[in-house]
Design a protein around this ligand. Structure first.
Ligand code: HEM
Length: 454
């Protein structure tokens, strides 16, 4: 990493610690301030050295269309303790290309769509836990839904009791993953087997034991289904080799970490925005009444626009970062190898020259104009663009259709985005009151009224 700021675009001389604090407190505001003062690209100091930030679609395109062999990850090692060293999130170059090729098929086309029923049932199971009048922390509800979807679609866990056991092990591991230990290697110590790091290691060991047992049992019984773990176990690299148990474990944790919280937050924001805008909610309900099959629902234009607008206003990931392995051209600059470059999703999404009245929730804008993948980029871009983007959009659409087509809610308060580790999410968890079922216009949602144990 070069530390010579003279070769880099201009930016504030604020010390790295302050930059980190301001970024953690409000990434939107921090980036907006620099962009308004310096334009794009600008440079900020970080604890890992200077970071060049891009807030312009043309420059984002330059980064995302750079030869993948000339880009590396940045800061991903913070996730290593959870996802493991062979995770797709951590590897680069030829290894990333090879692994991504193997993992891609289940997330596209007919294979991905086969998970539609799981997504709709998970939503129905969650509704079955509510009584009219219940106050919901909707983010928590959405987390139940997205965790059940991952467990069933990705891990292949089917029966309700097993879903609960796996949920408990996963929640315990995620909750014990203390941020200090993730970001500072020095905090990764467990003196006398005690302290937060020891707690995390114990929770991780318990979850790993469940994963390895599941893999061994399936292999022994040759019991493979349509789930993504089964597909990964049967997949072969170009040289004919299968994934090792450790690789399978790392990718399962990667999909869990990348896909669970992100989808839950985006669902929560969609519910929040829609309940601030009753006319738009009604327009969506009218559209939902025209489709019952999952594939037809997924093609509804206004529903798609609602999801896009939700992800534009509150993208779950504020920026994506690459390290240049070779000189990299961004705007008028040729950045030296070793420099880190961030594409600021939040800043591009709020540019008034790209999105009129950028602070307003206006799904209609996506019906009126097609935005390029460098203007609307909630899933990042280039060779590392979110592997689960189509899966996440499908899940958002089907879950929203289940909930809004058949049920009524009312908003109980205001919201704002706050940092939750790597992601940005709603500070209050989106508080909604469940008002009960709507007039039965959508028969698909009526078969799951049995209450499930909490
Ligand atoms: C609304 C929900 C989601 C959002 C907003 C989201 C966003 C993102 C973003 C911004 C990235 C980084 C892209 C880049 O570096 O250019 C990413 C990567 C990734 N996401 Fe998602 N994601 C979501 C859901 C999912 C789901 C459901 C899965 C899988 C079950 C998933 C799996 C992954 C994986 C494996 C990567 C790493 C890709 C790579 O490095 O090659 N994501 N996601």
């Amino acid at each position: 990493m070069t530390s010579d700021r003279r070769a880099l675009p201009p930016g504030p001389n604020t010390p790295a610690v302050l930059v980190t604090l301001q970024y953690m407190r409000d990434a939107y505001r921090f980036y907006r301030k620099q962009y308004e003062r310096y334009g794009s690209p600008f440079t900020v100091n970080t604890l890992r050295g200077p970071l060049v930030v891009v807030a312009d679609p043309e420059q984002a395109k330059q980064v995302f269309t750079t030869n993948p062999d000339e880009l590396d990850t940045w800061g991903a090692d913070a996730l290593d303790p959870v996802v493991g060293p062979t995770s797709l999130l951590l590897v680069a170059g030829a290894r990333h290309r090879r692994d991504r090729k193997l993992l891609t098929p289940p997330f596209h086309g007919a294979r991905m769509k086969a998970y539609g029923a799981v997504m709709r049932e998970a939503a129905q199971h969650e509704v079955a836990r509510w009584m009219p009048g219940d106050e919901l922390n909707f983010l928590r509800s959405a987390q139940h839904v997205s965790l059940e979807v991952i467990l069933r679609a990705v891990f292949g866990v089917q029966d309700g009791r097993a879903v609960l056991a796996w949920s408990a092990a996963i929640t315990s591991m995620i909750e014990s993953a203390h941020p200090a230990g993730m970001f500072f290697r020095a905090a990764r110590v467990a003196p006398f087997g005690l302290g937060p790091w020891a707690k995390f290691l114990a929770a991780r060991a318990a979850l790993d034991a469940m994963i390895y047992e599941e893999i061994h049992e399936r292999r022994a019984a040759q019991r493979f289904g349509d789930d993504i773990l089964s597909l990964m176990m049967q997949a072969r690299y170009d040289d004919g080799a299968a994934m090792s148990d450790a690789e399978l474990r790392d990718e399962l944790l990667t999909l869990l970490l990348a896909g669970h919280e992100t989808t839950a937050i985006s669902l929560s924001w969609a519910m929040w925005w829609l309940h601030q805008h009753p006319a738009k909610l009604e327009r969506l309900r009218d559209e939902l009444a025209t489709a019952t099959e999952s594939e037809a629902i997924a093609q509804l234009p206004y529903l798609e626009a609602v999801c896009n607008e939700t992800l534009r206003l509150y993208p779950i990931v504020s920026d994506v970062v690459r390290t240049a392995r070779a000189p990299l051209t961004v705007g008028a600059y040729t950045l030296p190898a070793g420099v880190a470059v961030a594409v600021s999703i939040v800043t591009i999404h709020e540019r008034a020259d790209l999105f009129e009245r950028p602070a307003a929730f206006e799904p209609e804008r996506f019906l009126q104009k097609k935005h390029s993948p460098f203007e609307h980029l909630p899933f990042g871009g280039g060779h590392r663009r979110c592997l689960g983007a189509a899966f996440a959009m499908y899940e958002m659409k089907l879950v929203l259709a289940e909930l809004l087509g058949a049920h009524r809610f009312e908003s109980l308060g205001q919201e704002r985005p706050v940092r939750r580790g790597v992601t940005l999410g709603p500070a209050e968890g989106v508080r909604l009151r469940y008002l009960g079922p709507r007039a039965p216009s959508r028969p698909s949602s009526e078969n799951a009224k049995e209450r499930r144990p909490h």
